[in-house]
Write a protein that binds this ligand. Structure first.
Ligand code: TC6
Ligand code: FAD
Length: 668
């Protein structure tokens, strides 16, 4: 049944492509050199036969899956140690190393939290002396750790965390305690049975006073035997919607002592006698979360791109129904409704990747300033990372689901890989700050900015500067152009911020407290935040493609411009109610937008397969019966089905045990 031939529809589609595929791949990677490095790393990983699977993971037990994931995680870590030597912990751009990981550990690595938040917290929140002690040990895996912040009772409201760290000046130690069931740490990846250390976020008590939450590095298992240390109660939290191999865990402490120097003291400090020296800003304790939120934007783009590749290739291979009588069944990709489901997700994959890189660069600039002692840009970075993490994971999750639906019944098969991709992006809507909560954080920043404007202060941060144009009546007029649509979105964001501000003020005037007014206005606040975020995505995507066009070939540039326009027109149509309410568009402009949207679908159609090939994901990464490069969809579906252990015997024992007696009983 195996054949190496590529499906004829895909061959035909690829022949239609109007641009140079290699040029697109280099553009996506960020340059030819990066493409070569990435590919070389992928080849190295894929050449390791111990990283390949014999049996699909779906048929293994929870325990077996975890054990295999740990084995593979060790091989991969060793490889990374060699690969990352002399590379900065926070590279100039998001690393491509993660791109290949789904080809090895299909779900999440039990070392994931070690490699991300544990290392990032050591790097960001330890003082130089502590870093000298811990960083190389952590990089070399002499200690393995996680980031343990969330508790059974609190994930969002960090000030409500209940774990305590009480300083004892007699012994110069902190005593960790989990005073209630709800104080148990709950969720940290790798915590269950993998790590021997944790960054613990706990309420610091010294000299009889609470100083809020502070980070501590805590050994929880013996380094030789891996047995939990006395006073530590640790375990795994059990199966979830996804993340089966992440080894998420719970953890409680009973009078567990750690040395004073285990408090991460880059920002705040507890002296030997118990004197607390506070940080320049207590928000610096939250620094790791900002870095990870930025990273999530980039991850989400990868996951949506994978889903788009799978669904577009499948739609080129799949034929169904009849467009015209007596003609062969068309490729489902020719149905305009199918194009509507898919092409926006190609555009969104590019948009979010580009915004993710821009945000990464912005973050590096702000971190540099913070290292020099200047915190001025931290609020803007926090506001940006919160709304972009929220909107991008939301869009990618919705996009992956749309791709699954676009694959009909076969999209529901685990072997399509769409369910796993969905489980990852939907988890990202919750972890690292629940999306609604993060949008409200950005709204807080936007309302402060609006107050600033009303007070006549025009010195605004760059990403909110546009609001000045809409604070007073303007002579701006709607235009059906890219810039016109972006201006329209700006008008919507400004209008929604103003409305939310007015609503909150109205409640305060009616006698409500600021906090009550905030809650009463919160639906509008979330909408304002989303609208502001859409402005950022549209602007950055459009500007970056415009800039890149100066160096790209006209053919590629034209296709990328079409994707930008599709993205803008799609969202203008999706949000036409808001645009009609807040911008100067008239309802007579809408049909022209709709016509242009349909024209764009037709223009993109010949390049659809070329565009998804341009994301350049290996088949091993896609791990999909529907999305492989050769389009052998039906053969792969059957090959995978035959791997079911139930198919290993013609009659399952349950027939003789249950069904047959049951049928016989029914005959009586
Ligand atoms: C693979 C999976 C891995 C997953 C891992 C995890 O999930 S790990 C677990 C991940 N867990 C989560 O992500 C938990 C999510 N929860 C949180 O991050 C916080 O508790 C909170 C932000 C929701 C509220 O916090 P709060 O009640 O303490 O604060 P507040 O609302 O009263 O605001 C006070 C001021 O602080 C500012 N500010 C706040 N954060 C930051 C920041 N990072 N930077 C800079 N600034 C920040 C804010 O703007 C405000 O400024 P203003 O207006 O006064 O000038
Ligand atoms: C797959 C996965 C991996 C994770 N990994 C880790 C990890 O490694 N380390 C770690 O420490 N944690 C981890 N977490 C925990 C995660 O960070 C929290 O679950 C997340 O921050 C949300 O907090 P919560 O669960 O308390 O949700 P809640 O805050 O209880 O949210 C429930 C609902 O309440 C609403 N809500 C809460 N507060 C407000 C508010 N102020 N205003 C309006 N609405 C509100 C939310 O919008 C939501 O609808 C992980 C979680 C998941 C799902």
């Amino acid at each position: 049944m195996t054949s190496t031939k590529v499906n004829v529809d895909l061959v035909r589609e690829r022949a239609k492509c109007t641009f140079d595929l290699k040029e697109l791949i280099h553009f996506v990677d960020g340059g030819e050199e990066i493409t070569s490095e990435r590919k070389a790393f992928e080849e190295t990983v894929l050449a390791i036969k111990e990283l390949k699977d014999d049996i699909p993971e779906d048929y293994l037990s929870h325990k077996e899956r975890y054990e295999i994931a740990v084995r593979k995680a060790c091989i991969l870590r060793e490889l990374r140690l060699r690969h990352d030597q002399n590379k900065p912990l926070l590279p100039e751009r998001p690393t491509y190393v993660y791109n290949i990981l789904p080809a090895t550990i299909k779900d999440i690595s039990p070392f994931y939290l070690h490699e991300t938040m544990f290392l990032a917290t050591i790097w960001g929140l330890m003082n130089d002396e502590q870093k000298a002690e811990w960083l190389s040990k952590a990089l070399d895996m002499k200690v393995i750790g996680t980031y343990a912040q969330t508790e059974l009772g609190h994930g969002t409201f960090l000030r409500g965390l209940e774990t305590t760290a009480t300083y004892d000046p007699e012994t110069e130690e902190f005593i960790l305690n989990t005073p209630t069931l709800t104080a148990y740490k709950w969720w940290p990846g790798g915590l269950g049975h993998t790590v021997n250390h944790c960054i613990i976020l706990a309420q610091l008590y010294t000299q009889g006073k609470c100083h809020g939450i502070q980070p501590f590095i805590v050994q929880i298992r013996d380094l030789e035997t891996h047995i939990p240390l006395p006073g530590v109660h640790v375990g795994e939290i059990g199966p979830k919607m996804g993340f089966q191999t992440a080894n998420n865990g719970f953890l409680g402490f009973k009078n567990f002592r750690i040395p004073r120097k285990n408090m991460l003291m880059k920002n705040s400090e507890v002296k030997k006698d118990g004197t607390y020296v506070s940080s320049k800003s207590d928000r610096l304790t939250y620094g790791t979360m900002v870095v990870v939120r930025v990273n999530i934007v980039n991850d989400a783009a990868m996951q949506l791109s994978a889903a788009a590749i799978i669904a577009v290739r499948y739609s080129a291979v799949r034929h169904q129904s009849q467009l015209k009588p007596n003609e062969p069944e068309p490729q489902i990709l020719d149905y305009v409704t199918q194009q509507r489901k898919l092409f926006i997700n190609i555009a969104t994959g590019h948009a979010i990747r580009i915004v993710g890189r821009w945000l990464w660069k912005t973050m590096l600039g702000v971190i540099q300033k913070i290292l020099e002692g200047n915190l001025d840009q931290l609020p803007e970075l926090h506001a940006l990372s919160c709304c972009l993490k929220a909107v991008c994971t939301q869009d990618c999750t919705a996009g992956i689901e749309q791709c699954r639906l676009a694959c009909g019944g076969h999209g529901y098969m685990n072997s399509s890989n769409l369910p796993l991709l969905y489980s990852h992006t939907t988890a990202a809507m919750t972890y690292e700050g629940e999306n609604t909560v993060l949008l409200l954080q950005t709204a807080r920043y936007l309302l402060k900015t609006w107050t600033q404007i009303l007070e006549g202060d025009t010195k605004l941060n760059p990403t909110v500067l546009y609001l000045l144009n809409f604070a007073k009546p303007t002579d701006y007029r709607w235009e059906n152009t890219n810039q016109g649509i972006i201006k329209g979105f700006q008008a919507v964001a400004a209008g929604k911020i103003k409305t939310a501000y007015d609503t909150a003020s109205k409640h305060v005037s009616a006698g409500k407290s600021q906090e009550e007014a905030w809650n009463l206005a919160s639906i509008q606040l979330v909408e304002a935040s989303e609208a502001h975020c859409r402005v950022i995505i549209c602007e950055v995507f459009s500007n970056e493609i415009q800039c890149a066009s100066n160096t790209l070939s006209p053919n590629l540039s034209k296709v990328l411009q079409q994707l930008v326009e599709l993205y803008l027109v799609h969202w203008a149509l999706e949000k036409k109610g808001d645009i009609l309410l807040y911008s100067t568009i008239s309802k007579d402009d809408i049909p022209a937008l709709r016509d242009r949207y349909e024209e764009l679908l037709a223009l993109i159609r010949p390049n659809a397969v070329g565009l998804v090939d341009g994301f350049d994901f290996r088949d091993e990464v896609l791990n999909s019966t529907l999305g492989a490069y050769d389009g052998r969809v039906y053969e792969r579906l059957m090959e995978e089905a035959l791997k079911s252990p139930l198919n290993a015997e013609p009659v399952n024992s349950s027939f003789h045990k249950y069904i047959k007696p049951f049928m016989e009983k029914a005959k009586l």
